[in-house]
Design a protein around this ligand. Structure first.
Ligand code: OXD
Length: 309
């Protein structure tokens, strides 16, 4: 099978090197090879340009080399192509670590002490809640979200989940659906969004949503930036000085130098690094799926194109 690799990672050369080593029995082409794109069977990509995709008229499957697939779903005429996304156990461990760190910063008021330190202000004797006194609400309960929720729960936090409509039975935590969104937001001290980028999630976290959150609470976004209405968030923080946000993803990345988020003391910014793509383990996953495909000539898509995730 002919494979085509394309990525806009800053360390894509390194990724490609590891990929070639693992797929040593298959031919992998890149944009630098003058290859007839109609001969490509499988594309392994991150942000493939539509102009290149359009020429791959005999493509049989498209693999995202990251967890998200929105960059693939944006391609024109994606037909019913099977879409494979990286399901990497190390990625969800990293996501969990990131979420936990942000919960603890909020819970232990570390941002407040950091600010006080800058002002040489000895600000002691502030109450910090115990894990059992905090409720963590998780939105987006897929491969990563579910893992994060279960592991946060093991630490003694109260955990609740939000799913638009399908309510999973037998989960070890309560799941709220759209009709009970207000209950979910009102209960949560921390809301973690791991929502994908779909038509339904665009601007989901807007003024109306934020208004329903506790005045003193934390929003963590590690899903997609499009879920947050950034102007609404800025306004909300202005009116609620005890509201914090920790953002790893943004409407536009990299975040513009003039963006208001940079200088807002209630906002923590990380540059889309909550879970970096671990080369060895994600390539092992891609390799396994590819070898199954090569053997069986069939591959099950990880994505429901209509739902967008
Ligand atoms: C993502 C990733 O999907 O980094 O955001 O893999």
């Amino acid at each position: 099978m002919n494979i085509f690799f394309y990525a806009t990672y800053s360390n894509q050369e390194e990724f490609f090197h590891t990929l070639k080593k693992k797929f040593k029995h298959d031919k992998i082409f890149t944009i630098n090879d003058n290859v007839d794109l109609s001969k490509i069977d499988v594309a392994m990509v991150w942000n493939l340009p539509s102009s290149v995709f359009k020429k791959m008229v005999n493509l049989k499957a498209i693999f995202s080399i990251g967890a998200g697939v929105d960059h693939i779903l944006k391609l024109p005429n994606i037909r019913n192509l099977p879409i494979i996304r990286v399901k990497d156990p190390t990625m969800r461990i990293r996501m969990y670590n990131h979420v936990l760190s942000q919960i603890l910063i909020f819970q232990l008021k570390l941002k407040i002490y950091d600010e006080a330190q800058r002002k040489k202000n000895w600000m002691n004797e502030r109450y910090t809640p115990l894990n059992s006194e905090l409720t963590i609400g998780i939105m987006g309960l897929g491969y990563i979200g579910n893992f994060v929720a279960l592991n946060i729960k093991k630490l003694g936090y109260n955990v609740i989940g939000f799913k638009r409509n399908v309510v999973k039975k037998n989960t070890s935590f309560e799941i709220y659906k759209s009709s009970s969104l207000s209950k979910f937001t009102k209960k949560s001290d921390v809301i973690v969004s791991i929502l994908p980028d779909t038509k339904k999630t665009k601007n989901f976290i807007n003024a109306n949503f934020l208004k329903k959150m506790k005045e003193s609470s934390l929003l963590v976004n590690i899903g997609r930036g499009s879920a947050v209405n950034e102007l609404d968030l800025i306004k909300h923080i202005k009116n609620n000085p005890n509201f914090y946000a920790s953002l790893d993803v943004f409407n536009k990345e990299p975040l513009n130098k003039n963006h208001k988020f940079w200088s807002n003391k209630n906002i923590t910014i990380t540059p889309h690094v909550a879970a970096i793509t671990d080369h060895d383990s994600s390539i092992s996953y891609l390799f396994k799926r590819f070898m199954d495909f090569k053997k069986n000539r069939k591959i099950k898509s990880d994505v429901d194109i209509k739902l967008g995730y």
